[in-house]
Write a protein that binds this ligand. Structure first.
Ligand code: MAN
Length: 561
């Protein structure tokens, strides 16, 4: 483990504009050359008070407390080498720390990349080609070991792999640039939608105000009319049925009266016959005063009857009146009972005969009067209840429809505006991935990541899906992981982390959540899923979205051409 760390450190230190000078003592790296220029003496790098003669350099005896007199042997390998955090020796004078002033033995590795190897590997009888491909660390050939220079071969392979990596990276960046364009277009569409919605809403506002006004007008106007009541023909309908019943009663009464009249007429005729006979048959010589007076009265009565004016109302007329509805005469009630015709229509019928200004004027006056009467409790207010006229209903429905359209468009606008303010990452990149999902089989589950949406654990045994969190934010964290051979690892460095929270509750625990760590890669791929602690998941994902243009400006510039 220590060896691995040291190798990584040395490799990191070895990368840079290094050029080994031939005249330098063995094992001195280019950045320490300035300490070894004197031909006669040598001053310990971290202990300037100690000066040695040049011959004491690499004499296999550790004389400087910081080991700087033995850059090319393992004599000071017991002193820990400097850590990456420490500044280069030389910038600090008089330091008394006991770490080695040098990072290790410098292998120039001509044909490949120069690098440091830990002092304890120098002349240990093992060829450490990984760091020292030129074999210079085994110059003493301990135990007869001969380390050939393999830098040509290793350097070539290294350059091939580097080239491959660079090309893969260029492809990833190219893919990312396409995604950025897609994201830009998607944002533009949302912006266009927002602009369109804003202008639509302006129009709808005016429309709604107009419809509100119309509705209030119609409602005020209709409130003052007798309106139809469902199923009964309205108030006029009630009136018609009352009138019909009354007329029927009167007709029956008239019929009865006519019968009584006929009876009485028969009796009058009988009495007249008796009196006529009396007049013809009495004996005037008999000088009966009572009979004489009766005859005289009869003669007067008969004379009156003769000159009596015949009634205008002929029996035929009365018979006509007695006929039932809908016959040749009488009232055709059906005309008033038509269920399709509202009282409003009736009102409009008479209004239609008047010139418009006159009818408007009259209607307004009636309305005012009606409103006044309603306000003063003289007339009932017809606004409540089920008696809304078709005109009011139509006006109200039109207004309601406009209101509902306004409200639905307003919420769409708010939603789109929120979307524009939302963090979609650098260059809005995650807009291009929104709505897309990637998944991976891990053990008994299939895990799914839906970008900017949610993460899901899907049971392959049919136990259903478990929500592992909803997308919340984009964060950054430092990764410190070993490189894997297939390149699918977080590696070391700052990484973008997507936080998904408030997933399904964990039994006896918090809600599930997922941290999605992103690494630059050619394709969107869910590499690994782990449950670091119960119901806390970690996804490692490769995606072009995580590539950073700034890291390789040359490659980017080339690609843009
Ligand atoms: C299920 C899965 C696991 C989780 C347990 C917690 O089995 O969601 O990932 O650890 O529930 O009870």
């Amino acid at each position: 483990m220590q060896r691995t760390w040291a190798l990584a450190l040395l490799s990191a230190l070895a990368h840079g504009p290094l050029a080994a000078a031939d005249s330098l003592p063995r094992g001195v790296g280019p950045e320490f050359a300035k300490f070894y220029t004197s031909k006669s003496s040598f001053t310990c790098i971290s202990n300037p008070s100690i000066t040695l003669s040049s011959s004491q350099i690499n004499d296999n005896s550790c004389d400087c407390p910081d080991g700087s007199d033995e850059p090319g042997t393992a004599a000071c390998s017991h002193i820990d080498s400097m850590s990456p955090e420490q500044p280069l020796p030389g910038s600090v004078t008089g330091s008394t720390n006991t770490t080695n002033a040098l990072p290790g033995f410098w292998c120039a590795n001509a044909g490949h990349v120069g690098s440091y190897i830990p002092f304890m590997y120098v002349n240990d009888g093992v060829c450490d080609y990984e760091l020292c491909c030129d074999g210079s660390d085994e110059f003493a050939h301990v135990g007869g070991v001969q380390c050939e220079n393999r830098c040509d071969e290793i350097g070539k392979e290294h350059r091939r792999l580097e080239q491959e990596r660079r090309q893969a990276r260029e492809r990833s960046l190219k893919r990312r640039r396409t995604m950025v364009k897609e994201a830009r277009e998607l944002r533009r569409r949302v912006e266009a939608k927002v602009a369109a919605l804003k202008s639509e809403l302006e129009g709808l506002k005016t429309k709604q105000a107009d419809l509100q006004k119309k509705y209030e007008e119609v409602e005020r106007s209709e409130r003052n009319k007798v309106v139809k009541t469902e199923g009964q023909g309205g108030k006029l309908g009630v009136l018609v049925s009352l009138a019909k019943a009354r007329v029927s009663e009167l007709r029956n009464a008239l019929d009865d009266v006519l019968d009584q009249r006929d009876d009485l007429q028969d009796r009058v005729e009988q009495l007249e016959d008796i009196l006529r006979k009396l007049k013809e048959e009495y004996n005037p010589n008999f000088n009966d005063e009572g009979v004489k007076a009766a005859v005289k009265n009869w003669e007067d009565y008969a004379a009156g009857r003769a000159s009596e004016k015949k009634s205008d109302l002929a029996d035929a007329d009365i018979m006509e009146m007695l006929k039932e509805d809908g016959e040749t005469s009488g009232i055709n009630w059906a005309d008033f009972e038509n269920p399709d015709a509202s009282d409003v229509d009736v009102v409009y019928n008479w209004e239609a005969y008047l010139p418009r200004p006159v009818s408007d004027f009259i209607r307004d006056k009636i309305n005012l009067l009606r409103s006044w009467a309603v306000a003063n409790g003289i007339l009932a207010d017809n606004r409540g209840g089920g008696g809304e006229s078709r005109l009011v209903t139509a006006a109200r429905e039109a207004l309601d429809a406009a209101k509902s359209e306004f409200s639905s468009k307003s919420s769409t606008l708010e939603e789109q505006q929120r979307d524009l303010e939302k963090d979609y990452g650098p260059d809005d990149i995650f807009r291009a991935l929104k709505g897309k999902c990637i998944s991976s089989d891990v053990g008994e589950y299939e895990y799914e990541l839906c970008w900017i949406d949610r993460t899901t654990q899907k049971s392959k045994k049919g136990h259903g899906n478990t929500n592992m969190g909803y997308f919340v934010s984009i964060d950054k964290e430092f990764a410190d992981e070993e490189e894997r051979a297939d390149g699918k690892s977080l590696g070391k460095g700052e990484r973008m982390v997507l936080r998904y929270e408030n997933g399904q509750g964990c039994w006896n625990g918090p809600n599930r959540r997922t941290d999605v760590w992103l690494v630059c890669a050619e394709a969107d791929e869910l590499w690994r899923v782990t449950e670091s602690e119960k119901c806390v998941y970690k996804m490692e994902v490769g995606t072009p979205a995580a590539c950073e243009e700034a890291q390789e400006p040359a490659a980017v510039a080339k690609d843009e051409l």
